[in-house]
Design a binder for this molecule. Structure first.
Ligand SMILES: Cc1ncc(COP(=O)(O)O)c(C=O)c1O
Length: 353
């Protein structure tokens, strides 16, 4: 099967770039110093390959992600880095699969939910500046004591600096991340335990130098998107969308455009429009992207029926719209997109909640 045989829009994974990203991060963060966040890709096939490079523990955002990994035999150390008010499915999952499951807590309510749901281990989630989940750093010790009083093992603390991922000035970003993680260190001293977990694809280089964390939680690194590409890391774009040209207007004029069948229902749009190499995206609607082709390049003479690539602006929500990845070996120089061979189908099997 070639790319031209696929129904579009279709999620495409470039195995060469993907392999490069896996290897790069396995070298930088060997073994358990990286706990990949699976919400970025939602695929047990991808998780299995991360585990094969030594990253055997995973970070999850949903109970469904925990269950999927455990059922796929990837449950040696799963962290649900999110609060849940009903942990019974986690308890059942641990019992039935033997998975080691740790859940984040930031209130007495979520501690009680973990204990009564059959979860045995928790991380104290600490607010280090992102107004989302997390206790105040000075309250971490108290909550850890409360968790212990309920019979739970407190493995340590986590904090997520999502508000600092895209700070464009490198020195400014380093200063802000250092300040945020000084708060987490303070919380860790009070809460006890051996784990200090946090970080993401926008900050992993800083964490590599700061050495506050015992593990980083990067997720997007393995697929990448145009937003994180702005950082200029040595990571490659592995995720694409394949689309088909369905309409062409005023070709060759200054006011020409193409319409492709890959709109905002196939693209996570919270980080802006996706990119279309060889053109400027004018706008996205439900099932269309309208693109002005550059005078020269891959779209200059595009015809109805041609295949076109789209690069997502935000990988996580984009992936969650799709049922599967179609993998290819890479993008051979000069080969038309349509004739590139499809290797495998990897289900996006951690979708849902
Ligand atoms: C708790 C948590 N950890 C880590 C991450 C990092 O993910 P990424 O590397 O995709 O930025 C996120 C992303 O939102 C997150 O919510």
């Amino acid at each position: 099967m070639n790319l031209s045989d696929l129904q579009t829009p279709a999620l495409i994974l470039d195995r060469e770039a993907f392999g490069h990203n896996l290897k790069t991060m396995a070298e930088r963060f060997p073994g358990t110093t990286l706990r990949p966040h699976v919400k970025a890709h939602k695929s047990t096939d991808i998780a299995a390959q991360q585990a094969a490079t030594g990253h055997i523990g995973f970070t999850c955002a949903t109970i469904k992600e925990v269950e999927s990994l455990a059922n796929a035999g990837l449950g040696s150390d799963l962290l649900l880095a999110n609060e849940v008010t009903d942990a019974r499915r986690l308890g059942v999952c641990a019992e039935s699969t033997g998975a080691r499951i740790t859940v984040a807590v930031d209130s007495e309510f979520t501690v009680n939910a973990a204990a009564s749901g059959g979860v045995r281990e928790v991380l104290i989630d600490v607010n280090i500046g992102l107004p989302r989940c997390g206790v105040a750093p000075e309250a971490a010790g108290r909550l850890a004591d409360f968790a212990r009083s309920k019979g739970l093992h407190v493995r340590g603390v986590m904090g997520y600096e999502g508000h600092l991922m895209m700070v464009s000035n490198a020195r400014d970003q380093t200063d802000k991340v250092a300040k945020a993680f000084a708060l987490l260190t303070q919380a860790a001293e009070q809460a006890g335990g051996e784990i200090i977990s946090g970080g993401g694809t926008g900050t992993f280089m800083i964490h590599h130098q700061l050495k506050v964390l015992t593990e980083v939680q990067c997720g997007s690194y393995v697929l990448m998107d145009t937003d994180y590409a702005k950082h200029g890391f040595n990571l490659r774009q592995a995720l694409f969308l394949l689309a088909t040209v369905i309409s062409v207007t005023n070709q060759g004029s200054d006011n020409g455009w193409l319409v492709i069948d890959c709109g905002l229902k196939a693209n996570g749009m919270d980080h802006g429009n996706p990119s279309v190499p060889g053109g400027d995206v004018w706008f996205c609607s439900d099932e269309h992207i309208t693109v002005a082709p550059h005078r020269e390049g891959p779209l200059a003479t595009a015809k109805v029926g041609d295949k076109v690539l789209v690069v997502p602006a935000h990988c996580d929500p984009t992936v969650a719209y799709h049922e599967q990845y179609w993998t290819i070996a890479g993008w051979p120089e000069g080969e038309p997109i349509a004739s590139i061979a499809v290797q495998d189908r990897w289900p996006v099997d951690m979708r849902g909640w």
